[in-house]
Design a protein around this ligand. Structure first.
Ligand code: FRU
Length: 484
């Protein structure tokens, strides 16, 4: 176990804002040093949103997993992140792994996985903690020691939910018998938490491990979100090494069955999206994801600069006909500064070029007219990312091969656009999030332009478009301060 000099870490943090490097994002949460991954402990508590996330403050490796913490009232102003919990006892000596947050009796409590390895053996434990006024988490009772019979040591990432006034936990797991992924549910009773068993689905053989499950309720529908590992790539989906997605249906806690569920759908079609977590406040389901990917560290050149990865902007989720739509939370509109209208009514237009800002939001409605293929390019000098839509195949392709540094490749997914394509792009310094057809699909990706150059937007079509309209805004940065 490493020693954590928390005073030195906090001193270094305080001296690192504003973050300087040109790949550092302006409206995506990230750290000035170390490696971050999964969002954790999301909760609304005492008038503020609390966001924790996995952080290795000691280096850019997947080690020393700790929890960082920041607080916001409006998703624009954030407290300077602090180290909130770190591996410092026998149970979590190999990492304070992912978990959730919940408000309980006037306290913000977190429930996380203590990671402990003895040789090759994993001995997980699920433990509660309470947020203290100094920002640290006091580690408290272990409610599920080790793993249950029939499940391997891959048993982690607890998420609390409530049904009919009772509390339950869903946990990511691997079955011992066939080493396949699954989720387990525990229910709270007067004498503690009891294993209710595996949730039955119709997914069949669906990878070797399911990480980071979440259970959400939209009216009478339940959504089981999780991150399966070990699914083969397909033509129009599952193109990252690991996926983040969901099935929607009805969860019966009686029969432990996900009844009449949809197929597995991905939450995001970009290169850099994993381990999302959601929480609910005032009827909004808010999701934050990790902009990164496990086991792909070599694709992220910020490693040489001493930090890695970002979180997505917070997104609000809606369920319509078994499908999740996502859009950035409305608070993000408060970042808008300068506004330029895009209005082209001319029916012979084949090209549109616009310079962008350091941070930009671009909203475009494209009337196809005669065009069968439309290309939207974000150019950074000679480097570029291309979003190409093929109307005949109804396929969106994201091509990152035009970038020199970092991860490259292509992602393709089905997108229905009949006569009009709607795109919403948020272009930060290295993080890009795109929402297609009013949030029907989303894509998150990171790009690391070689040159310090402002991006340019180019829309091109082989045949004339019927018209393009929309708006481009320059966006301000998040503000970090001692108090929020
Ligand atoms: C997902 C994950 C979780 C685990 C955490 C450790 O990215 O592997 O399953 O709790 O990261 O950092």
């Amino acid at each position: 176990m490493e020693t954590f000099d928390t005073k030195a870490i906090h001193g270094r943090l305080a001296g690192s804002y504003p973050m300087q490097h040109r790949w550092h994002n302006r409206f995506h949460l990230e750290m000035p040093f170390g490696l971050i991954n999964d969002p954790n402990g999301l909760a609304y508590f005492n008038g503020t949103y609390h966001i924790f996330y996995q952080w290795n403050p000691l280096g850019c490796e997947h080690k020393n997993k700790s929890w960082a913490h920041t607080v916001t009232r409006d998703f624009i102003h954030y407290t300077l992140p602090e180290l909130s919990m770190w591996p410092d006892d026998v149970h979590d000596k190999d990492g304070c792994y992912s978990g959730c947050g919940t408000v309980d009796n006037g306290d913000l409590r977190v429930l996380y996985t203590c990671n402990r390895k003895e040789g090759d053996v994993r001995i997980p434990a699920q433990r509660f903690g309470t947020l203290q006024s100094d920002g640290t988490v006091r580690k408290e009772e272990i409610i599920i020691p080790d793993h249950p019979a029939g499940i391997t040591g891959h048993f982690r990432d607890p998420y609390i939910f409530t049904r009919h006034g009772h509390r339950y936990i869903v946990l990511g797991a691997q079955r011992a018998e066939d080493e396949k992924g699954t989720v387990l549910i525990y229910g709270e009773q007067a004498d503690g938490w009891h294993n209710l068993g595996e949730v039955q689905t119709r997914l069949g053989d669906f990878g070797y491990m399911w990480e980071c499950p979440n259970l959400l309720q939209f009216g009478s529908y339940d959504v089981l979100m999780f991150c399966p590992q070990g699914l083969p790539e397909r033509e129009f989906d599952r193109q990252n090494i690991y996926q983040s997605g969901y099935i929607a249906g009805h969860l019966s806690l009686d029969s432990m069955d996900m009844v009449q569920h949809t197929k597995f759908q991905e939450l995001d079609h970009g290169f850099d999206f994993y381990a999302p977590q959601t929480f609910e406040h005032e009827g909004r389901h808010i999701l934050i994801g990790w902009m990164g990917m496990p086991d792909k560290d070599d694709e992220y050149p910020t490693k040489e600069k001493g930090w890695m990865y970002s979180l997505t902007m917070p997104r609000e989720l809606r369920l319509r006909q078994g499908h999740i739509y996502s859009r950035p939370v409305r608070e993000m509109r408060d970042l808008r500064v300068q506004e330029t209208a895009v209005e082209i009514e001319d029916t012979s237009v084949k090209e549109l070029v616009r310079p962008l800002f350091q941070g930009a939001e671009i909203l475009l409605n494209i009337e196809f007219g005669e065009a069968r293929k439309v290309m939207l390019t974000l150019a950074f000098g000679l480097e570029q990312v291309v979003f190409a839509y093929d109307r005949d195949d109804q396929v969106m392709t994201i091509d990152r091969n035009g970038m020199h540094k970092g991860g490259r490749g292509i992602r393709r997914f089905k997108l229905f656009a009949d006569t009009q394509l709607s795109l919403e792009l948020f272009v930060d310094r290295s993080a890009i999030e795109v929402f297609f057809q009013h949030g029907e699909e989303a894509a998150s990706l990171l790009v690391f332009p070689e040159k310090n150059i402002l991006p340019e937007l180019r829309l091109t079509a082989a045949e004339p478009l019927d018209g393009v309209n929309g708006t481009i805004w320059s966006l301000d940065s998040f503000k970090y301060q001692a108090d929020c």
